[in-house]
Design a binder for this molecule. Structure first.
Ligand SMILES: NC(=O)c1ccc[n+]([C@@H]2O[C@H](COP(=O)([O-])OP(=O)(O)OC[C@H]3O[C@@H](n4cnc5c(N)ncnc54)[C@H](O)[C@@H]3O)[C@@H](O)[C@H]2O)c1
Length: 284
C-alpha cells in the first residue's frame, strides 16, 4: 500500500518536525493537537521555516507554498480517519500513548498503519491495545527531524512484513535512511547514546569538569557536532529522563539510572531549549 496521507498526533518538537518532513516530501499531512492553537502555532512555525529555506535559496517559493498547502490542522482525532499512516508523537508516557492507540484504532480505516515515534517505550504495549497489532510499528525520527537523516523502524513481535515494508518505503520517500531494529528499549541509537549523556551529567555533578569544558572536550576530542549537555538541552530534559527511566526499567543497568540532577532540573521547569533554560540559557 502506498502511503500518501499522514496523520501526526502531537505538535511538540517532534510532531512539528515530522509534519515538516512529510509535507516537504509530497505527503498530505493532517496535524492533530489537543488544542487548535498549538496546531496553529506549529503551522506558523512551519511557514517561517519554509520562508527561511526560500531566503537561503534552498527551496523554491512555489515548492514552499505547495508544502504548506499540504498541511491541515485539527484538534479532532476523527479527522485522521482517512490517513494511510498515523504517526503518534505525544509525550513519552505509556499511560498517555496506550489509550491514544486504542482511540485511533477505533477511528482509522482498516488498512491504516499506526506508528509511534517513541524513543524507548515498548511498541508491543501500544500494538496490543488495538485490534490491528500486525499494523502497528515504531517509526523513530531524530531531532530535528528535517535535518537528521536516520529513521529507526521498530518491529514489535506482532508486526507484519507488509507493515514494516510500507513504513520503510515511507521513510525512503521522506528522504531518510531507514534501519530496522527489534522492539527493545532505546532501539539502537538511544540505547548507546543515553548512558553517555547521563554520565556527562554525572561528571558535571561530581565536579570533574565544568559544563563548557565537558561540551568542548567531546566536540574537539570526538568530532561530535555538539557536546552532551547541549544535546540534552536539545532533546529536552523531561524527555531525556523518561528515556532513561524506560531504559533502566528494562535493563537495570546503573548507567541508565537518571542522575539526580537531571530529575531536579525537570522539577524546576528547566527542560532545555523548549523552556528557555536547561544546562544553558536560551534567549526567548
Ligand atoms: N525530543 C527528542 O529529541 C525526541 C526524538 C525522537 C523521538 N522523540 C519522541 O517523540 C515523542 C514526543 O516528544 P517531543 O520531544 O516532541 O515532546 P514535546 O514535549 O515537545 O511534545 C509533546 C507533545 O505531547 C502532547 N501531550 C502532552 N500530554 C498529552 C496528553 N496527555 N495527551 C495527548 N497529548 C499530550 C503535548 O501537547 C505536545 O504536543 C516522545 O515519544 C519522544 O520520546 C523525542
Amino acid at each position: 500500500m502506498g502511503i500518501e496521507r499522514i496523520g501526526v498526533v502531537g505538535s511538540g518538537i517532534m510532531g512539528s518536525g515530522i509534519a515538516e518532513v512529510a509535507a516537504t516530501t509530497g505527503h498530505e499531512v493532517v496535524l492533530r493537537s489537543r488544542k487548535l492553537e498549538s496546531a496553529e502555532a506549529m503551522r506558523t512555525a512551519l511557514e517561517r521555516s519554509l520562508a527561511r529555506q526560500v531566503e537561503k535559496g534552498r527551496r523554491e517559493q512555489a515548492d514552499a507554498d505547495a508544502a504548506l498547502a499540504r498541511v491541515s490542522i485539527t484538534s479532532d482525532l476523527g479527522d485522521l480517519a482517512s490517513c494511510d499512516l498515523v504517526v503518534e508523537s505525544v509525550v513519552e508516557d505509556l499511560e498517555v500513548k496506550r489509550p491514544l492507540f486504542a482511540e485511533l484504532d477505533a477511528i482509522v480505516g482498516e488498512g491504516t498503519i499506526l506508528a509511534t515515534n517513541t524513543s524507548t517505550l515498548p511498541v508491543i504495549e501500544m500494538a496490543m491495545v488495538t485490534g490491528r497489532p500486525d499494523r502497528v510499528c515504531g517509526v523513530h525520527f531524530f531531532n530535528p527531524a528535517p535535518a537528521m537523516s536516520l529513521v529507526e523502524i521498530v518491529r514489535p513481535l506482532t508486526a507484519s512484513d507488509a507493515t514494516i515494508d510500507s513504513v520503510k518505503a515511507f521513510a525512503d520517500a521522506c528522504g531518510k535512511t531507514a534501519v530496522e531494529v527489534a522492539d527493545r528499549a532505546g532501539f539502537i541509537v538511544n540505547a548507546l547514546l543515553f548512558p553517555y549523556l547521563n554520565n556527562a551529567v554525572r561528571m558535571l555533578e561530581n565536579g570533574v569538569a565544568n559544563r563548557d569544558d565537558i561540551d568542548v572536550a567531546m566536540k574537539g576530542g570526538c568530532n561530535f557536532p555538539m557536546g552532551p549537555l547541549a544535546l540534552l538541552d536539545l532533546v529536552g530534559l523531561d524527555t531525556s529522563v523518561s528515556i532513561l527511566d524506560a531504559l533502566y526499567g528494562e535493563f537495570r543497568d546503573p548507567n541508565y539510572a537518571p542522575v539526580p540532577r537531571l530529575r531536579r532540573m525537570v522539577s524546576a521547569g528547566q527542560l532545555g531549549r523548549k523552556s528557555g533554560r536547561g544546562f544553558y540559557d536560551y534567549a526567548r
